[in-house]
Design a protein around this ligand. Sequence first.
Ligand SMILES: [Fe+2]
Length: 478
Amino acid sequence: MPTPAADLAGEPFTLGVASGEPLADSVVLWTRLAPDPADPTGGMPDELFDVAYDVARDEDFTTVIASGLAIADSDYAHSVHVEPGDLEPATTYFYRFRIGEHVSQTGRTRTLPAEGTDPFRFALTTCQDPQFGEYAAWADIAADDELDAVIFTGDYIYELPPLDFSPQGDGRRMWTTPPPADLAGFRARYAQVKRDPSLQAAHAALPFLTMWDDHEITDNYWADGPGQFDSAGGDFAARRAAAYQAWWEHQPARAPAPTAGTHTLHRSVRVGDLAEFFLIDTRQFADEPPCRDTSAFDFGAGCDERDDPDRTLLGDDQAAWLTAGLRTSNARWTSLVSPSMFAGLDARDPGGVEPKYYLEAWDGYPAERARVADALADAPNPIVLSGDYHASFVLDVGPGFGRDVICPEVMATAISSSPFATDYTAANPHVQYFNPDNGYTRCTVTADRWQADYRSVGDIWNPADPLETVASFEFPAR
Ligand SMILES: [Fe+2]
C-alpha cells in the first residue's frame, strides 16, 4: 500500500518536472519526489507513494484530457515516469503532478506530427558542467516559444571532482559531492544539476530527446572500462550500472528501467514526413580506443590498430540497426544524431606535420565510420548533428576521412562546460565554421532547407546573459 502523502517531509517537487520522448500520440512525463534533494534518499522514506498526474489542453487545467496515479518507489529514487497515450499529433499539452496538498509546477509539452512536412524547430544542446558556468543558454531556450523540442546529445552530469572556477571565488557552482562511485553518488549529481532554475524552466517548457555520452559515467569510458582519467575508481561494471540507473531515474525516459547493468538507448524518432532522427549510443558497446601505446590524451597519433576493420564504436547490433535504418529512411531529411564529432578532425599541433586524432570518437573507428557513411550517403537529405567537443562547428562530412562531401555536420557547443578553444581549421579545410563560445544551436527544419543558428553566451557566469545569434547556415534540400 502506498504511504499517505502526509508523511512527506516538505515540498516534494524540488527537482521540477520534465517531458520527453515525444511521439505523435504520446509523451513521457517525469518528476521525482525529493523534499531534501541534497540527501541520498531525497528526504523520502523507504516506502511507495502514489503520485497523481493531470494532462490538459490548457494551462489552467479546465480541459483535463488524462489523469491517473503513478507509483513513486524508493528503489528508483521516488522518480515518476508516466506515458499518457491517445494524444493528438502536433499538439501542445500542459501537465502537473500532485501528492497530498502539494502541486508541482505546470509543465508544457508537445507531441510530434504524424504526417506532413510542417516546419520543426528544436534546440541542439550538450555538455552542461555547472562548475564552468551558469545556464543562461537554458534560460534562452526556455523563453523561445517557437521551439518544438530539445535534442541533448550527452554530458548531462559530470563525474569530475569539486573545483571552484567562479570568478567571484564563491564556489556557488561547485559540485557538492565527490566523484560518484555508486548509486547514491550519481543521484546526488543529478539532484544538484536539476536544482538549477533555468534547466528546470527548459524542461518544463519543451519535450527532450536525450542521449548520454561519457561523463554520465566517467571520462572517455568504453564498454568495459574507463578512460585515462578516472576520478572514482573501483569496480567499473558496478559503477556503470549505477550510473545508468541514476540517468534513467532523472530523465523523462521510456520505461522500463535499466537492468543487468545495460540499457538500450539508441532509437529513431520520426517527425511526420519531414525528418527522421537516429540517436546513437557511442559508449556502451564501444571497443577500447586504439593506439593506447602511443596516445595518452584525447588527441593522439594514429597506429595500425586504428584501421582494424573489426573494431566497433556502436557494437554489432546497433551498427546493423543504424545502417539498415539509414538505408530505408524515407522522410524528407535523415539526421544522424551522434554524441561526438562524425566528420573527423586532424588535431595536429599548430605547425606540426604528424596528424593527431580524437581516438575515443569516430576518428578512432574509421572502418565502422566508413560503413555508416555509406549508408548515410544512400539516405534522403542526410545531415549529422553532434556535440561533445565544447565548441561550435559546421563541417563537411566526407573529406575529413578521404571521401567526397556526403552531407553537412552541425555540432552544438557546450551549454556551460569549459570551451575547447584551439583552432584546427588550418589543417582541416572541411571545417566551415568554428567558434569556442558556450551556447547551443537552434535548428529550423522545413521541406526545403535546414537552418542552423548558432546562439552564443557572452558571459558564462551571468545566469541572465542575453544570448546572440552569431552565425547562421542554411542547407538546402536536394
Ligand atoms: Fe562534455
